[in-house]
Design a protein around this ligand. Structure first.
Ligand SMILES: [Zn+2]
Ligand SMILES: [Zn+2]
Length: 324
């Protein structure tokens, strides 16, 4: 089968690799599409190191079941599925308490185990979600990042009628804008890339006016320390800041800023199994508008993976690889 492999930072090639073998609790999937996101770009750019090279990236994937292990029930050949690409252990105290995102044994697809930019993948059945057969791949490649967005919104406690600032309108920021607008929240957005800002506005967000008073909620998707600091200064007192974007650069915020601002700081790491994926898949099946695919930009065939990664750094909307 063909797969896109990172051979060194910044260099991808499409090669022939052996098809993965399906264990008794696994599902073999013929992939239809895989989305690209910031964490893929971080590995591609050399900011995050994969376990080895060459390495298969990608964690936002959809496909069709073509085989199941002997112990799998509830999934059958021919079903369309999305993959929940964070395999927590489901047995440690953290998992049993429902915070699977903090599981110390969690395998992260595309980061600690091989990713989804290949024609076939195997995944543990517990992390494979069946979906309706007639949904567009553009919607399905957004399920995973949309779940990251919805988990951030859930953890924030923001209610309909409230307002917030979203910093960054890359694909994660766009999905957050979409989820928050759908929740009845007034969304202000800050994004230096004009095309991305336009895209956020098309989803119902408003550019942040310079004279807005303090806002009760901040969702930060860029991870840039300067942007986080600026966002914290736009918070009302008290305020809640939900950080989603990641970088290793330190933040210049004093304890006084946090205490006097009465700031609740939430580090929102992915999502928790199974509640968050169940919610996104449920909304998708209920055809609750708007369509997730409204945030999708260009689709590229696998052989153009290099151009796709290059485009993903600045493109308005999510870039994805069409593997069908
Ligand atoms: Zn992602
Ligand atoms: Zn665990």
């Amino acid at each position: 089968m063909r797969a896109a492999v990172l051979t060194e930072p910044g260099a991808l090639s499409v090669v022939s690799v052996p098809e993965p073998s399906c264990g008794p609790g696994d599902v073999l999937i013929r992939m239809r599409g895989t989305g690209l996101c910031g964490s893929d770009l971080a590995v591609h750019a050399g900011h995050r190191r994969p376990p080895r090279l060459p390495w298969i990236l990608g964690h936002e994937g959809t496909g069709r079941v073509v085989g199941t292990g002997g112990e799998v029930s509830g999934l059958r050949t021919g079903q369309d599925v999305v993959i929940e690409p964070d395999y927590c252990c489901l047995t440690c105290d953290t998992c049993l308490a429902g915070r699977t995102s903090a599981c110390g044994a969690r395998a992260a697809v595309g980061l600690t185990v091989p990713g989804l930019l290949s024609e076939y993948v195997v995944a543990p059945a517990a992390f494979v979600w069946p979906v309706a057969p007639d949904l567009p791949a553009e919607d399905l490649v957004c399920v995973e990042p949309a779940t990251v967005a919805r988990a951030a919104m859930r953890r924030s406690g923001i209610a309909p009628g409230q307002s917030c600032l979203v910093i960054g309108a890359g694909s994660q920021g766009l999905l957050l804008c979409q989820a928050l607008v759908g929740h009845g929240v007034t969304v202000y957005v800050q994004e230096p890339n004009a095309a991305r800002l336009d895209r956020a506005c098309s989803l119902g967000a408003t550019p942040l006016p310079p004279d807005t008073g303090g806002l009760p909620f901040l969702f930060e998707t860029s991870g840039a320390p300067g942007a986080v600091e600026q966002g914290l200064r736009r918070l009302a007192t008290p305020g809640t800041a939900v950080l989603i974007g990641m970088s290793t650069a330190p933040l210049g915020v004093s304890p006084r800023d946090l205490v006097a601002g009465q700031i609740t700081l939430i580090g929102s790491m992915i999502y928790d199994h199974p509640v968050d994926f169940a919610q996104t898949v449920g909304a998708l099946e209920a055809r609750t508008p708007p369509r997730l695919g409204a945030v999708v930009g260009a689709g590229y065939p696998l052989e153009d993976v290099e151009q796709a990664f290059t485009a993903a750094y600045t493109a308005p909307g999510k870039v994805w690889i069409d593997l069908s």
